[in-house]
Design a protein. Sequence first.
Length: 221
Amino acid sequence: PEFLAVPFFFNEFLGADTDFLAYLQLGLSLTTAFSVICWRSILTVLDKRISWLGCRMSIMMIPLILRSINIAVVPFIPNVAVAILVLVVNNLLTGSVFSGGIVTVTYELDPFKSAVVFAILNGVGEATGFLVPLIRAGITKLDQESDIDYWAERERRWRWFFMLCGGLGLMGVISLVVGVLGCRNEWRKHPSLIVKKDENDESRREEGNEDVVVYQNDIAS
């Protein structure tokens, strides 16, 4: 919605110029690209301190929760500068998808099928480019000849649309939790990602075996 709905909302209710919105969209895209590098550093640090599952779930869930909240509050912000700041934070969080999030996890769970799985996920994601405008139009469309206050009602409907987008994001968090609890044994690194550890390594090792193959960092137990 930050690319498919926010510009229209900014233009209609905050008076943002269309040329400005074009540059804003470009800036937000570059922000996401930059954030991928930052999240890669965060992933490296967390990998050394917590388990593999804990690290991946944290990077997937926490940014998604914050992004859901951010997008839901955008229509309640009357100031363009503050709203843009919220969007910048939102796009910085988006980088987690590519570094430690669903893209990383898809590869680590099964490198050999990851391309197919991610193609399906990406296809579903791209479908939003078609669905979001239709849903937005369906929710915000209003007859100007009706007796109700047109602009007040239209703003109220825009707010419902953004809250719906935020709610769908939170449903994604719930689906992750259910997926882990219901299929915990499936949330393990693929054997192709294991590494050899020597006897001086402090990583987890099997009892009585000083030279053992273990997962890099940790696995879901």
